[in-house]
Design a protein around this ligand. Structure first.
Ligand SMILES: [Zn+2]
Ligand SMILES: [Zn+2]
Length: 338
């Protein structure tokens, strides 16, 4: 179903709220899944959850000034419920998710594919480092922050051999972040040759196709033991089987790619027991992960070609053409400029 351009009045701000003039939004893979019907979303809605902008108006007591360049957590959590108290902010029982809310009178502007976004009180807002351009900052509050959440679960990476499954936006970001955090070997596993070449430019020390030679290659690179850590951003069930088979005894697999139903994996529980493997799932992220993501982009982001991951921009009114381009050409991201 095509998107349409609608107008809504700007909200009058209450204390602690903000109004942001969006300067750049990017179309996430999950937006494309939603538009294609592979993923459900409440409608009507203002789609889009990757964005960056300038504070246009600040409610009383807000810790940000008009004119500051900011991004914010895609989730607004309550901080008080069962899950919030257990560090599972993305699973908040009163969760609000930007770009995923049904339009309600007076609360329409909660998505990124718009000129303005309203930030309710309690939104986790972050300043964007000045050296990070808009097109690099825009995916930070989805892709980069999710990778930061995955690496927080993975723990210290010093000296480790890491396999990264899938070299799209998240996988490439993970290559760069893992390398920056001291991983000794970053092995990107990706079927597309073009993406494997890109992974090398994002810090991967080896790139491999998921073919019959994969296991031997990983064993060879890891002194015969297998990888310490596997990270999945591809989401296919067979990646779970492959990644587990490449782990050393005591290895850890962190999964983040399987965000829509794609069937079941065939894994032997006995392997998990005997080889003392650990599997962790990560969905979305907590606000601290967006802070870590921006810190990473500010400090090391310029060493990697992040801007090339957003090769084209469309004016916001041409959003349907942008979506069509994103589906047909499949660059990691397409930007929308209001
Ligand atoms: Zn996203
Ligand atoms: Zn909560």
């Amino acid at each position: 179903m095509p998107l349409s351009l609608e107008s809504f009045p700007l909200p009058e701000l209450q204390p602690g709220e903000a109004l942001v003039r969006i300067t750049c939004a990017t179309i996430c893979g999950s937006d494309l899944h939603t538009l294609a019907g592979r993923r459900t979303a409440p409608v009507p809605t203002v789609l889009g959850h990757e964005m960056v902008g300038i504070i246009a108006a600040a409610g009383e007591g807000l810790q940000f000034q008009t004119g500051e360049r900011v991004t914010w957590s895609v989730i607004l959590h309550c901080g008080e419920c069962f899950y919030c108290q257990r560090g599972l902010e993305p699973k908040c029982e009163r969760l609000l998710k930007f770009g995923h809310q049904r339009l309600e009178p007076g609360r329409e502007l909660l998505g990124g594919m718009a000129e303005y976004c309203w930030l309710p009180k309690g939104t986790s807002i972050f300043r964007v480092p000045p050296q990070v351009p808009d097109i690099v900052a825009s995916p930070a509050n989805c892709a980069t922050a999710t990778v930061a959440a995955v690496l927080r679960q993975a723990g210290p990476l010093n000296g480790q051999t890491v396999t990264i499954h899938g070299a799209g936006m998240l996988g490439l970001t993970a290559c760069a972040m893992a390398k920056t955090r001291g991983a000794a070997q970053v092995i990107a596993i990706e079927p597309t040759a073009e993406r494997r070449a890109m992974a090398s430019r994002f810090g991967a020390t080896a790139t491999l196709a998921p073919d019959s030679k994969l296991r031997d290659s990983v064993l060879h690179l890891s002194g015969g033991r297998g990888s310490d850590l596997a990270l999945d951003f591809a989401g296919h069930p067979d990646v779970l089987e492959t990644g587990l088979s490449l782990l050393r005894t005591g290895g850890h697999f962190v999964l983040a790619g399987a965000v829509f139903p794609a069937g079941a994996a065939n894994i032997a529980p006995e392997q998990i027991v005997r080889r003392m493997l650990r599997i962790t799932g990560v969905h979305n992220y907590s606000p601290q992960d967006l802070g870590a993501a921006l810190e990473f982009l500010g400090a090391a982001g310029m060493q990697y070609p992040f801007a090339e991951l957003v090769p084209v921009a469309f004016p916001l009114p041409e959003v349907n053409a942008a979506v069509e381009y994103a589906n047909r050409v499949r660059p990691p991201r397409v930007a929308l400029l209001p």
